[in-house]
Design a binder for this molecule. Sequence first.
Ligand SMILES: Nc1nc2c(ncn2[C@@H]2O[C@H](COP(=O)(O)OP(=O)(O)OP(=O)(O)O)[C@@H](O)[C@H]2O)c(=O)[nH]1
Ligand SMILES: [Mg+2]
Ligand SMILES: [Zn+2]
Length: 324
Amino acid sequence: MIKAKIIKSSQRDFQCKDIDSRKVFTARAKGNLLKGDQNIVVGDNVEIEEINDDPFFQITSVEKRKNEIFRVLVREAKKKVIASNCDIIVIITAASTPSYKRGIVDRFLLRSLQWGIDVICVFNKMDQYDPHNFDILFEEKRLNFSSSYKINCFEISARDKNYNPRYLSKGVADLKMYLCGKTALFVGQSGVGKSHTISTLTEGKVNLKTKEIGKVGKGTHTTTWSEIIDCGPFDLIDSPGIRSFSLDDVCIDELDSFYPDLTIQFGKCKFSNCKHMMDSIGCSLSHWYTSSSELEKLKLSRLESYLKIKDEITQLPQWQKKDY
Ligand SMILES: Nc1nc2c(ncn2[C@@H]2O[C@H](COP(=O)(O)OP(=O)(O)OP(=O)(O)O)[C@@H](O)[C@H]2O)c(=O)[nH]1
Ligand SMILES: [Mg+2]
Ligand SMILES: [Zn+2]
């Protein structure tokens, strides 16, 4: 019996990596493992036996997953698992172009809570940092304020390998150390430098396809495969299925559960249908809109993020959250 990890999946055949020898081979799943809603995804730890067939290996069982990266198929109210057993979500952002978008970062924070996976944030392209356009220190505070997890932040330049952090305490060497031995999912807008960062972290040994950024400042998706890539010190989950920033599969009740600090405060508003806007009568948080204190600015940014996401998902047909 061989213990292995799924590193690439297709309909029936799976590429597996032997945990001990790190040798890669193809195996087919035993029929009962793919029945009904069951599936095998990249990241799954499996047991394999040799058989007299082609391929010569058969997956006989799948270990219980530590966590799952998934989306909900809204129409079927069904969970679609894309990958499993991820140790860390690495949100990559750019200090220059494409410009930093809180909305996108907050969507990944929400997913990390939903999937139960720790998250870190990397501020890349710091060689082009302009403090008038973007306040890295405020964003670091905001991230930590916005999550029940401690979010480690790193200040790097994937282009300039000798860049030393000037604002935060951690740079590329700390990031390397942090990722060592982990299986990571890199997320972020197109063009922020995910591929370049991975190449820098692996000292050029892993070179993912990259494309020059277009004139409008928007990159195009150049990465299309779905697999686990051995980057040496760490493993990388790469899946186009996770690229969407849309939260159309999150229902309102679930959204509230990701903002417990706000929902407690909402209970203090005069009207239960309060919109929590600056001019909402009897709103317990309307003073956040005008306050100059940093703490209240942080609270406001969290409220704005909540209202934006809520606005987006209330436009969509609602569905009943099931216990998946
Ligand atoms: N100045 C500067 N440019 C960078 C840095 N990192 C990446 N770039 C540039 O930004 C562009 C996009 O980088 P990629 O690594 O392809 O971005 P990506 O996030 O992988 O993009 P997608 O694959 O489209 O999602 C390229 O032109 C890089 O040369 C950096 O630290 N500083
Ligand atoms: Mg890329
Ligand atoms: Zn209110």
